[in-house]
Design a protein around this ligand. Sequence first.
Ligand SMILES: Nc1ncnc2c1ncn2[C@@H]1O[C@H](COP(=O)(O)OP(=O)(O)OP(=O)(O)O)[C@@H](O)[C@H]1O
Ligand SMILES: [Mg+2]
Length: 244
Amino acid sequence: MIMEAIGLIKSYGEGSATVKALDNVTLQIEDGEFVAIMGPSGSGKSTLLHLMGGLDSITSGQVKVNGRDITTLKEAELARFRRKEIGFIFQSYNLVSVLTAEENVALPLLMDGCKESVMRENVGKAINLVGLDGRSHHRPSQLSGGEQQRVAIARAIVNNPSIILADEPTGNLDSVNAEEIMDLLSNLRNKSGQAIVMVTHDPKMAAYADRIIFLKDGRIIDEERLGGKIDQKKLVSKLKGSTN
Ligand SMILES: Nc1ncnc2c1ncn2[C@@H]1O[C@H](COP(=O)(O)OP(=O)(O)OP(=O)(O)O)[C@@H](O)[C@H]1O
Ligand SMILES: [Mg+2]
């Protein structure tokens, strides 16, 4: 198991104005698993992703990544941990506009004081993996939306994290570009074995996942396993049913 959330609660505000964005969420993400999170607007999807990635403080509960409770880490430790273990991808790409594609991809390595030669090699590999070899000296404004998201994906994988957290990564793209980005993410997962947790509104995008978790009002209300993997719980209850 790569990631575990235990009894996660997140409240915003105080007193009568308190909003409980997450209300006792417990889930596990297996190594290399691709999980989609769906649910209505305001159901807590982004909040859950932010807490799992240590981007926001937790009201109560725990998040463990590789068995390590990230809620106990100090700010600087947490920042380093995020850069090494977690790749983030956002709907709005979040690229630095004055930097070229390859400079954007190099950022997480720069912040860790990576050696120049290692940086060049890793950035080159990441750019190549997302299919942007000819575009590495372009600035974000000179790239299409799909290309910008590829740069963001290269930046997310450049440190070879064990898990990628993506918040509506295809939300700003047309259907052709969206499918290309989804193919890229699934291929990366198949090649490098990184787990992916992706928030999406689009059932077509969710269909790429191994499992879909449904959120409503800050709680998990349902879960569905797709594809070839066996649903142990369903199997056990089916077996029980057949012997009764
Ligand atoms: N910084 C904040 N301060 C106060 N309330 C917040 C804050 N961020 C989120 N919330 C509230 O928490 C709840 C969950 O928000 P969240 O952004 O996680 O929803 P979501 O499922 O990602 O929605 P969407 O599909 O619209 O992106 C909402 O009621 C939202 O208004
Ligand atoms: Mg959201």
